[in-house]
Design a protein around this ligand. Structure first.
Ligand SMILES: Cc1cc2nc3c(=O)[nH]c(=O)nc-3n(C[C@H](O)[C@H](O)[C@H](O)COP(=O)(O)O)c2cc1C
Length: 220
């Protein structure tokens, strides 16, 4: 598939078939993603791919922690309060998601349940956590973003879909404990992935994009 076709077809996927990806495919995909560029080639990403029984127990722990009402405790200061047009677009993407699954604006409980699906990894067979040393701060975050999108495109080439999830950086403590991560490392975000369930209503979610005229300026 050409990159143009991949980009035309791509969208975040939040429901998956119960079909694990073969380990040799995982190895090939993550090996290819190592070609992502990074500032001074520091390659700050330390990726944890969690599957099987470990993923199931982590899902239970994480969901219980979030439902207990514990406050978010992210390792990185990544979630701004969006303003103006950014806030409008944030609402637009939330509306697209909720209308695909038939949750109304007033249905607070329905929205909470949909949000909670983040921490059960949308029942994907695999979840990747993108971690890096905390001191790396914003430049490390740039590198991890580029790495994650590289990974996402390679996955698409292999017929896999994913959803990147900032939500997976909000409650890092149970994840770090389960994966035995050192104190110096932080979880920036994550990605649930696998084979898309093409019939799931949530996967009919589609978002808009700004016209190039409002996003890019050409200077000569
Ligand atoms: C860094 C990042 C974090 C995201 N976090 C979440 C998330 O926590 N939960 C979620 O359902 N989608 C998340 N998304 C997916 C976005 O909502 C989605 O990319 C956006 O609405 C555009 O829709 P599309 O990917 O379907 O084109 C995230 C995407 C990115 C790039």
């Amino acid at each position: 598939m050409s990159l143009t076709t991949i980009l035309e077809k791509r969208h975040s996927v939040r429901a998956f078939l119960d079909t694990p990806v073969k380990q040799e495919h995982l190895n090939a995909i993550f090996a290819q993603a190592q070609s992502a560029p990074s500032n001074c080639n520091v390659q700050p990403w330390q990726t944890c791919v969690v599957s099987g029984a470990k993923k199931e127990s982590l899902k239970d722990e994480l969901t219980a922690a979030v439902m207990s009402g514990m406050p978010p405790n992210p390792d990185f200061n990544w979630l701004p309060k969006y303003e103006g047009i950014h806030r409008d677009r944030q609402f637009g993407s939330a509306n697209a998601l909720y209308s695909a699954i038939g949750v109304t604006r007033e249905d607070k409980k329905g929205r909470q349940i949909a949000m909670l699906r983040n921490w059960s990894f949308f029942d994907a067979p695999h979840v990747a956590f993108f971690t890096m040393d905390k001191y790396l701060d914003i430049m490390g975050a740039v590198d991890l973003g580029i790495y994650a999108q590289t990974l996402s495109l390679i996955m698409a080439e292999h017929g896999l879909s994913n959803c990147m999830q900032g939500a997976l950086g909000q409650f890092p403590d149970p994840i770090k404990k389960a994966l035995n991560l050192p104190e110096k490392s932080g979880i920036l975000f994550g990605m649930s992935f696998g084979y898309a369930d093409k019939n799931a209503p949530v996967n009919k979610t589609r978002t808009d994009r700004e016209d190039i005229a409002n996003a890019v300026s050409f200077f000569k």
